[in-house]
Design a binder for this molecule. Structure first.
Ligand code: ADE
Length: 255
């Protein structure tokens, strides 16, 4: 058990992407803000970790709204937030990736951001850059924690661990042509989803470290919708265990 106090936010778009977390919280408190339910408590294995947890709904606006609200709640009583984790499923944008593979974002781009000709395509005007870079220390901590745990035990159904570029946009990608047109512009792209870069933008603007952690549900092709629906129901039973790998490795938390 650690003596420092930690204040983490865990957010996903859908309840299935966070899973069965309620029984893992002590001193559970619930708050309601419009249609947003927020759960707060201390993690059963590490009482010094306060967790503020919610699901936002799909898309960049819902995710930005939820994370802004969660930061306000988690920071009550002058507690600064140590880390925002956004988790959930993603479509594979690289043929090496399969269902259940884990993707840790090194950087994120909003593939539907285009303020040209005033700004180069993909540049987020309020950040002045196209790619939102992770915090290197957090990124390595997450990657090492997952790889170490994976080498020791079988971590459920989870597959290989990848890290690299994730693209976010308000579009569920379900055809090869759309995926190709995004990939042609972002050649190292690993995965596509609909919230991560919006949360990373808010976190960056608020000066809070963030981590986007995704699991592949589909291949962003013509069968993406069916794969997604089939996967998400099963994933509900495993999603929180991915978060717990991190929560159980606080002794090497870098900040
Ligand atoms: N999340 C999971 N699969 C996705 C896809 N194919 N497109 C966008 N977001 C996703």
């Amino acid at each position: 058990m650690t003596s420092k106090k930690y204040n983490f936010i865990v957010l996903a778009a859908m309840p299935e992407e966070i899973g069965n977390f309620v029984k893992k919280l002590n001193k559970l408190q619930m708050h309601k803000f419009g249609d947003l339910d927020v759960f707060q408590g201390t993690y059963i294995n590490e009482p010094n970790i306060q967790l503020t947890i919610a699901w936002s709904g799909w898309g960049k606006v819902s995710a930005a709204r939820a994370v802004s609200r969660l930061i306000g709640i988690a920071e009550q009583k002058n507690n600064t937030v140590d880390l925002i984790i956004f988790t959930g499923v993603a479509g594979a944008a690289d043929p090496r990736l399969s269902q259940w593979d884990i993707v840790i974002s090194e950087d994120l781009v909003q593939h539907d951001m285009d303020a040209s000709p005033l700004f180069k395509k993909f540049v987020i005007p309020s950040l002045g850059k196209e790619k939102i870079l992770c915090n290197e220390l957090i990124y390595h901590w997450a990657k090492d924690s997952i790889n170490l745990t994976k080498n020791k035990d079988k971590i459920g159904e989870f597959g290989k661990v990848f890290s690299g570029l994730i693209a976010t946009g308000d579009r569920f990608i379900s055809d090869k042509e759309t995926l190709k047109s995004i990939k042609d512009q972002l050649p190292n792209l690993l995965a596509v989803e609909m919230e991560g870069a919006s949360v990373a933008q808010v976190a960056t603007q608020e000066g809070i470290p963030w981590l986007v952690l995704r699991v592949i549900s589909d291949s962003a092709n013509e069968s993406a919708d069916q794969s997604f629906v089939d996967f998400i129901n099963t994933y509900n039973n495993s999603s929180f265990s991915l978060i717990e790998i991190l929560l159980n490795n606080l002794k090497t938390f870098p900040i």
